[in-house]
Design a binder for this molecule. Structure first.
Ligand SMILES: *Cc1c(COP(=O)(O)O)cnc(C)c1O
Length: 388
């Protein structure tokens, strides 16, 4: 039987092995593992790739978010508006600073934070006091927006930035899944707000051989502040005006990522090609409302970190596909407002219906670039067979 794993990184490694192993060897020979030449070069190369003036390599996507929040001085008494339909780290990092995560529902087509929902929350539930936006229920100050560019397509940044500017909110983009994604008009993920946060977790489009991440920013002072916070806030070394953490990316990961970056656009085109294949084949299969393919909005560059369909009988379909040798995943089965650890926020089922529906109805299909047409066709045929 044809096997179609959700992701096969071995195929990618085979492609770059001859180039990446000497790069690793070179770091080992130098025995320079922390903040060396590879990190400096990678930061320059990624700043250019992301079309951002500054890029700071960090230890993970999660730490990128945490570092951005710390650099923007977000903490106890502050609140950050974000999506409840995202990976845990988005809200987890907000809570870890002592701030409160404020959820607003998503757009049902893109699964991204809905600007309309954010505006409604501000209009209905907030008040302006002394020039500050205050959550009337908690008394906390709404200090930032954290949109997520979910699955590799940008959130609707124009209206979100307009809201942010109007209320003097900072904007941290969770671009963990969206390196190289473009908004209509062409701006790249991570360059719209104050800080863009990226992940190089192995399953992302640009994946390290372990954990790594990146912050981008247009502000020179923020870049400097993040560089200092990345090394425990020491400036000069061993003298601390602020408390940071160990948020460093290491040389081995930087060396690997520099090799992989050269292939990124080719790999992303492979993902887009596979997405087009699925789009056409699912359309031909005539599944009607049983399966809805992801929508790429006009003028956007979707990088397809995930290809996520909305389907009927999702869990039964997933079992059937597993029986046919097809790997799938649910991103994400429980929206964050219903997680046990966020019970203190006081939410209940029904609070964010679009997020809850998405959690119950979506399924990620294999989309990695090395898939061949036989594998893609097997996925589509197996789905069609399930519904027939
Ligand atoms: C992967 C991911 C993160 C966290 O990145 P790590 O590198 O795994 O820490 C944060 N947010 C989103 C949306 C992600 O997909």
């Amino acid at each position: 039987m044809i096997k179609v794993p959700l992701l096969d990184l071995k195929a990618q490694f085979a492609q770059i092995r001859a180039e990446v192993m000497p790069a690793i060897d070179q770091v080992c020979s130098s025995q320079h593992f922390i903040l060396g030449a590879n990190v400096t070069a990678l930061e320059q190369e990624l700043a250019q790739y992301c079309a951002s003036p500054a890029a700071i390599g960090v230890s993970s996507g999660t730490d990128a978010l945490l570092l951005a929040l710390m650099a923007l001085d977000i903490g106890a008494g502050d609140e950050v508006i974000t999506s409840p339909f995202t990976f845990f780290a988005t809200a987890g990092t907000i809570a870890r600073t002592g701030a409160r995560a404020v959820f607003c529902d998503i757009d049902p087509v893109t699964f991204n934070l809905s600007p309309g929902a954010v505006q409604a929350f501000i209009d209905d539930r907030c008040a302006v006091q002394g020039g500050r936006l205050i959550n009337r229920a908690t008394g906390g100050r709404i200090k930032a927006l954290m949109p997520v560019h979910l699955y590799g397509q940008c959130a609707d940044m124009d209206p979100l930035m307009k809201i942010a500017r109007h209320h003097d909110l900072k904007v941290i983009e969770d671009a963990a899944q969206a390196i190289g994604a473009e908004y209509r008009g062409g701006g790249r993920a991570g360059t719209f707000g104050d800080v863009g946060c990226f992940s190089f977790f192995p399953s992302k489009n640009l994946g390290a051989f372990g954990d790594a991440g990146l912050c981008t920013t247009n502000h020179a002072e923020l870049a400097e502040s993040m560089r200092v916070l990345r090394v425990h806030g020491g400036k000069p070394k061993y003298f601390h005006a602020v408390i940071g953490g160990n948020f460093r990316i290491d040389e081995l990961q930087a060396a690997v990522l520099r090799v992989k970056l050269k292939y990124l656009d080719g790999w992303t085109e492979g993902r887009q090609r596979n997405a087009s294949f699925y789009d056409a084949a699912f359309a031909q299969a005539n599944l009607g409302a049983k399966l809805t393919t992801p929508q790429v909005l006009p003028g956007y560059r979707h990088i397809f970190n995930q290809y996520v369909v909305r389907v009927q009988k999702r869990d039964a379909l997933r079992v059937r596909l597993a029986e046919r040798g097809i790997g799938t995943e649910i991103y994400y089965p429980m929206p964050l407002h219903l997680q046990t650890c966020f019970a203190y926020l006081g939410h209940q089922a029904g609070d964010f219906p679009q997020s809850e529906r998405a959690a119950a109805e979506t399924l990620a299909l294999p989309i990695y670039p090395e898939l061949d047409e036989e594998q893609l066709a097997h996925v589509v045929a197996s789905v069609a067979e399930f519904y027939a």
